[in-house]
Ligand binder design. Structure first.
Ligand SMILES: *Cc1c(COP(=O)(O)O)cnc(C)c1O
Length: 425
């Protein structure tokens, strides 16, 4: 497959933008080589500048659950543009999207719209700290919550669980208000609460992780977090920026039957436009300005175009049969990929229409295991699939997604390609 135009555009882009990209996940750093440059998408397909077609399993890293260029979403956006692109003042559409979110997500009684998932998590942890008047936040290794300073942390080397910066520019002082623990480990989190319980403002986690590949939380882990946070009067924050409207219409909290105090949303809730949201119990949300004292604001928050895209998307997704059909197709894809793997040291993990082919023989339940995956073999798999017109996330530690547009024939082609690729890697 020829990609010479992509390569030319990327080499120019590298002179203009760091790494040639506006978000490092796109740079193909983990697989080597040049990113593909696209011109347009249609349904489950993306088309690059060299005229190649790909079946898209990245879906803009999650948002495009209805596929590219869905007619109702596109016409809602066009109608909104005609009315004006931003007012910085209330609109009816904000009520409409808020109502859809509150109706869908069990924990959300009140919500605030922001512009990205990062803003949502940043605001939710500020609210948790303001509400509880405590400083510490617990997060889990391998969970990603956007590029919020105090969440860009890594486990320290000492026995102490306080975190250290995971990026230059994050200060030691900031990182020290975060405790980082292994995912799915009940006894470690119990111990952290026994030691620091009266200082912990909240626990933030992806209830189904997408950002170390697809890794579900065990029921015991989620129910322990719920009990501990209640006992110590800390807030449980589900970061459902990826899992919200993805693993079920009401997110992982609906699927797993555990209700957090606060929820963060993004990706699908904006229907492909920049939106984030955070919400939860009214009593907690009312601590935000202007009702309360916790500050958070945004010039473009509740933007009419992004809001229109979100409303159109959620109105379509409200039909639960969509998730039944996504589940069936995703199960077919997972079974097909598992069969293509044959005897290789790899397996497919899946929750709903989120899945990851891990190059590891054991189930992945936390970051220490994920980190042992054969990432070089993954890279060979990735390029083999790309050359057969299958666009997968360019890292072992990302989930791939299905849209309502992927047809059985697309899945069959994908599985055939995987079988061929596995024969050669
Ligand atoms: C993508 C993601 C974020 C960050 O959202 P942005 O819109 O990229 O800022 C936060 N949390 C989770 C779980 C995500 O998947």
């Amino acid at each position: 497959m020829q990609r010479t135009h992509s390569q030319e555009i990327i080499s120019r882009a590298r002179q203009l933008m760091p790494g040639g990209v506006n978000s490092p996940a796109r740079a193909f750093g983990a697989v080597g080589g040049d990113p593909v440059v696209f011109t347009h998408g249609s349904g489950p397909y993306l088309f690059d500048v060299d005229g190649n077609r790909y079946i898209d399993y990245v879906l803009s890293w999650g948002p495009m659950i209805l596929g590219h260029g869905h007619s109702e979403v596109t016409s809602s956006i066009q109608a909104a543009v005609q009315r004006g692109t931003s007012f910085g003042a209330p609109t009816q559409a904000e009520n409409d999207l808020a109502e859809l979110i509150i109706e869908a997500v069990p924990s959300v009684e009140k919500v605030r719209l922001v512009n990205s998932g990062t803003e949502a998590t940043m605001s939710a942890i500020r609210l948790a700290r303001g509400y509880t008047q405590r400083d510490l936040i617990i997060k889990f290794a391998g969970n990603y919550h956007g590029h919020v300073d105090s969440l860009l942390v890594a486990a320290g080397s000492s026995a102490a669980t306080l975190a250290v910066p995971d990026s230059p520019g994050v200060t030691a002082g900031t990182s020290q208000d975060t405790v980082i623990l292994p995912y799915n480990d009940v006894s470690v989190v119990e111990d952290a609460f026994h030691r620091h319980g009266d200082r912990i403002a909240g626990v933030i986690l992806e209830p189904v992780v997408g950002n170390m590949g697809c890794v579900p939380a065990s029921h015991e882990f989620l129910s322990t977090l719920r009990k501990l946070t209640e006992h110590y009067a800390a807030l449980l924050i589900f970061d459902e920026v990826m899992s919200g409207f993805r693993v079920a219409y009401g997110g992982a909290q609906q699927l797993r039957g555990i209700t957090p105090d606060l929820t963060t949303l993004g990706k699908i809730v904006g229907g492909g436009m920049p939106i984030g949201a955070y919400g939860g119990k009214a009593e907690i949300m009312d601590q935000m300005l202007p009702n309360g004292k916790v500050f958070q604001a945004g010039t473009l928050s509740g933007n009419p175009i992004a809001t229109a895209a979100g409303i159109a998307t959620l109105k379509i997704l409200r039909d639960e049969s969509i998730y039944v059909e996504l589940e069936r197709k995703a199960a077919d894809l997972a079974a097909g990929l598992q069969e293509a793997i044959g005897g290789a040291d790899a397996h497919v993990a899946r929750v709903g229409s989120m899945l990851t082919l891990f190059f590891h023989s054991q189930p992945v339940s936390h970051w220490e295991i994920a980190a042992q995956c054969d990432t070089e073999r993954f890279a060979r798999f990735f390029w083999g699939m790309l050359d057969r017109g299958i666009y997968l996330p360019c890292s072992q530690f990302e989930a791939l997604f299905l849209s309502t547009c992927h047809q059985d024939e697309d899945i069959r082609q994908t599985v055939d390609a995987a079988r061929e690729v596995f024969a050669g890697i």
